[in-house]
Design a protein around this ligand. Structure first.
Ligand code: ADP
Ligand code: MG
Length: 697
């Protein structure tokens, strides 16, 4: 059997394979493209294509695809085989540099938010050499960007790469001022922790809500939920363990650094965290991870739910986007060192992030806005919809001292004494953690915790990179023009802290008092997707994103449209699913049970003895009332959604969904869940919460 180091990355056309299979000249030229954003020439592409094809075919591949990330949030692929007719009637396997560099998928069926009318169906995919090609099944997958005929980005990778360049460019300007002239690139590094649920596959298929929408739209709570805190980090069940082992194997072969896995807070909820890598690869890897999780789950008779809120009343799933910036010389610019108070360069980069998060709170909120995530943010299990930043006591004290011109006496790091001699002694971390903050400093990186579990992490990182690039640009402009660098630096840091300290909050973000305080501080609080997304087009946001070269105006307008359209469609599918389930399954089940009860009462009467049959009669009355409520609720919901079908104004539909559709869905659910609570299990048409959440052995 092969060991992990032997098979790790075996399905990836990575640096090792490139080095071994390309000429020295081509290898170096390709490395320059990958490491330094240098343009690639076609002769290099031809040799790379040849090497890729030979390698892929030797690993059993028959096809290739440009693998891209359209605005659907998932990945897309169109497979072409390598075959080409040979003169003798057979075939040869071919793959040219042109095919590697550029593809032309028909783009007409991908969301474009109005950028590309369907008659202009041509779309292009362009090879992204900074993310390695890999083999999935029998197909060589080439990570690519995706754009329209007019050059407008139709995907998430293009703006992500642009935001990484913008960040690098501005960070390099700042580093030059500190004398670091050798830095050629600054790279955003990301490690996304992925939460998910596993449910039994047979049960899944008995629930139209899970099948159509990824979450349960009905369901009374089980007698037990997560209140015992006995699932978090609990012993992993054998079937789940087998799934995780299988998953790790697949991910490792694809060069994905799957590292940490554990049970999460809710029953049946788990987490997987990889070791961080460049923002771009981390995004590709996370998309692949989600796809492979679902595929591997199937093999184990399970279904992996990536929805942000599959179950009411227990925690939903998010994705913690751990983010830092480092130089190509290997320095983490967010590492405070031993004495952060004396590390001015660190303080300046920290200030850049503080300013970025404060100035563009709305863009960060927008970057995680989906119908699914709206159920999670602010529901006391995930950060509120208000963006704030946690720095911890130590760093906050450093900043306060600077702002007030006082001397900072570093907090002594206490030795942990556990009271038993056999246990090792260690120094306590300078600060505790804060799990409630949307944006927390965790030692040498920030953890952006608002991202939804099913979301691509691209959007969050695009906004984060762009906003920080914008702060750094302002800083560089100011400092480059300064007569005395040190004085200008001090002034800048002090002023930034004074202007942006309102975004800093170390307390409990789940507390309602914080929301009041946040309002007093003037922080934004956009509760729902339709509340926040239109602000993508606010002048300050548009100006910044266009100026940083991350989006064009047209692209921004289209993103806004697509995000809202997606929200509208998602909730409308949910509403239709509810009406369907209520009428076709729940009402018939309730009536059948009523009939059984009524028949029992009638049969008892037939015995000719004086029996009250109070239980049966009361329950029939209750169920009958409940059935009326369910039927009325379904009618009402249908009435509300009917006029929305085909309405083009996505903002208006969004508001109606927020104000009318979601409340009507909640009403219908309440009626059905009450009925479920008093209907015999055998009559209920779907597996219940207890079975779903505790049914995996
Ligand atoms: P937690 O304790 O918050 O669950 P971990 O310490 O396990 O988190 O790390 C979470 C993620 O942060 C991992 O994916 C890890 O690779 C990533 N990470 C660690 N250091 C950095 C860094 N400097 N930049 C970006 N991500 C990082
Ligand atoms: Mg974490």
């Amino acid at each position: 059997m092969q060991t992990v180091p032997e098979y790790f990355g075996s399905l990836v056309f990575d640096d090792r394979v490139m080095k071994a299979s390309l000429s020295q000249e081509t290898y170096e030229s390709l490395k320059e493209t990958i490491d330094e954003d240098k343009e690639l020439d076609l002769s290099v592409a031809n040799e790379v294509a040849e090497a890729m094809r030979t390698w892929a075919v030797s690993h059993g591949a028959t096809h290739f695809t440009h693998w891209f990330q359209p605005m659907t949030g998932i990945t897309a692929e169109k497979h072409d085989s390598f075959i080409s007719p040979a003169t003798d009637g057979g075939v040869i396997m071919e793959f040219s540099g042109k095919e590697l560099v550029k593809g032309e998928p028909d783009a007409s069926s991908f969301p474009s938010g109005g950028i590309r009318a369907t008659f202009e169906a041509r779309g292009y995919t362009a090879w992204d050499p900074t993310s390695y090609a890999f083999i999935k099944g029998k197909t060589l997958c080439i990570p690519t960007a995706f754009c329209a005929y007019g050059g407008q980005a139709l995907d998430k990778k293009t703006p992500l790469l642009r935001s990484m360049s913008a960040l690098s460019k501005q960070a390099i300007r700042v580093l030059k001022l500190f004398g670091h002239k050798d830095v050629r690139r600054v790279i955003a590094q990301v490690g996304p922790e992925q939460e998910y649920f596993l449910v039994d596959r047979d049960m899944y298929f008995q629930r139209p809500d899970l099948v159509f929408t990824g979450r349960t739209l009905f369901g009374a709570p089980a007698p037990k939920g997560q209140e015992m805190d006995d699932h978090y980090f609990g012993v992993i069940k054998p079937r789940v363990q087998e799934f995780m082992e299988d998953l790790n194997d697949e991910l490792w072969k694809l060069g994905i650094l799957a590292k940490t896995e554990h049970n999460e807070v809710a029953p049946s909820q788990h987490e997987l965290a990889p070791i961080y890598t460049t923002c771009n690869r981390a995004t590709d890897h996370n998309q692949l991870t989600m796809e492979i999780m679902q595929k591997v789950a199937r093999r184990h008779g399970l279904v992996c739910l990536l929805h942000e809120k599959p179950f009411d009343g227990v925690n939903g799933s998010g994705k913690h986007n751990n983010w830092s910036i480092s130089t190509d010389t290997g320095v983490n610019l967010l590492s405070p060192g031993k004495a952060p108070g004396d590390n001015v360069q660190f303080l300046l980069f920290l200030c850049a992030v503080i300013k970025a998060v404060d100035d563009y709170q709305d863009l960060l909120r927008i970057s995680v806005a989906t119908a699914g995530n709206d159920h999670r943010l602010g529901a006391n299990e995930a950060p509120p919809a208000v963006v704030s930043m946690y720095l911890g006591e130590d760093l906050t004290a450093v900043l306060e001292a600077i702002e007030k011109d006082e001397e900072y006496k570093g907090a002594e790091r206490a030795i942990m004494e556990l009271g038993a001699d056999v246990l090792p002694k260690f120094r306590r971390d300078a600060t505790d953690r804060n799990r409630t903050s949307p944006f927390a400093f965790t030692g040498n990186k920030f953890e952006f915790r608002m991202v939804g579990s099913s979301d691509s992490i691209a959007c969050a990182n695009i906004m984060l990179n762009a906003a920080v690039a914008s702060s750094l640009e302002a800083f560089a402009d100011e400092l480059e023009g300064a007569e005395d660098f040190d004085t200008a630096l001090q002034t800048l840091i002090k002023r930034t802290l004074k202007d942006h300290k309102r975004i800093l909050f170390n307390g409990d973000g789940y507390n309602d008092a914080w929301l009041e305080e946040a309002a007093k501080r003037g922080l934004m609080n956009y509760r729902t997707t339709p509340d926040c997304v239109p602000h993508m087009l606010d002048p300050k946001n548009k100006e910044m994103l266009i100026h940083q070269g991350v989006y064009t105006e047209e692209e921004l307008e289209s993103r806004c449209e697509i995000t809202l359209e997606n929200y509208d469609k998602t909730v409308l599918i949910e509403a239709r699913t509810m009406v369907d389930m209520a009428r076709k399954s729940i009402l018939p089940a309730v009536t059948a049970y009523e009939t059984a009860l009524a028949e029992t009462a009638a049969a008892k009467k037939g015995l000719g003895i004086e029996l009250a049959s109070k239980y049966e009669k009361d329950l029939v009355r209750k169920l009958s009332d409940q059935a009326d409520l369910i039927a009325a609720g379904a009618d009402k919901l249908e009435e509300i959604i009917k006029p929305l079908e085909g309405v083009e104004d996505v903002v208006q539909v969004g508001y109606t969904i927020r104000d009318d559709v979601l409340p009507a869905m909640a009403e219908l659910r309440e009626a059905a869940d009450t009925a479920e609570r008093c209907t015999a299990v055998d009559y209920w048409p779907f597996p219940n919460y207890g079975e779903l959440l505790f049914g995996v052995d």
